[in-house]
Design a protein around this ligand. Structure first.
Ligand SMILES: Nc1ncnc2c1ncn2[C@@H]1O[C@H](COP(=O)(O)OP(=O)(O)OP(=O)(O)O)[C@@H](O)[C@H]1O
Ligand SMILES: [Mg+2]
Length: 126
C-alpha cells in the first residue's frame, strides 16, 4: 500500500463500548477495481464501510483519496468525494416517494431560497 493508491484506509480502529470492531484495518484500492470484503458475521465489514461513507466516525487511522486526507466526517462530505453507500436492507424512508428517497440529502434547490426544484428531482430519479 502506498499513498499513490487511489483509495487508502490505514490503521482504522473502531470500538463500540467494550466491543473492538476494527483493530487497525488496512485497505487500499485502485481506480476501477472491484473488491469484495469478506468475513464472518460481526467481522466488521459494515463498520469499515460505514466509516468510509461518513455514517460513523473512526477512533483512529487515516483515509486518503488520491493521496490526500479525505474528509469523510459526514455522508455529505464522503459523497462529494464520490463515496456512496447502497445498503441492502432497511435503507429507504417508507413515507417518502421513490424520487424523494433517491435525492435524500441532496435535494435540488429551486430559484426560490429554501424550496425544492421538484421537476429536477423527478428528472434525476428517472
Ligand atoms: N452500533 C453498534 N453498536 C454496538 N456494537 C456494534 C455496532 N455496530 C456494530 N457493532 C459490533 O461491531 C462488530 C462488527 O459489526 P459489523 O456489523 O461491522 O460486522 P459485519 O462484518 O458487517 O457483520 P455481518 O456479516 O453480520 O453483516 C460486531 O461485534 C457488532 O456487534
Ligand atoms: Mg454487515
Amino acid at each position: 500500500m502506498t499513498d499513490a493508491d487511489f483509495l487508502v484506509m490505514r490503521g482504522i480502529r473502531k470500538s463500540f463500548d467494550v466491543t473492538e470492531a476494527l483493530r487497525g484495518v488496512d485497505f487500499s484500492a485502485q481506480r476501477g477495481e472491484v473488491h469484495a470484503i469478506v468475513g464472518e458475521n460481526g467481522a466488521g465489514k459494515s463498520t469499515l464501510m460505514k466509516i468510509l461513507s461518513g455514517a460513523i466516525p473512526r477512533n483512529a487511522g487515516e483515509i486518503l483519496v488520491e493521496g490526500i486526507a479525505a474528509d469523510v466526517s459526514t455522508p455529505l462530505t464522503a459523497h462529494r468525494l464520490g463515496i456512496r453507500a447502497v445498503y441492502q436492507e432497511f435503507s429507504l424512508v417508507p413515507h417518502l416517494t421513490v424520487a424523494e428517497n433517491i435525492v435524500l440529502g441532496q435535494m435540488p434547490s429551486s430559484r426560490v431560497p429554501g424550496c425544492v426544484d421538484w421537476a429536477k428531482a423527478y428528472r434525476r430519479a428517472e
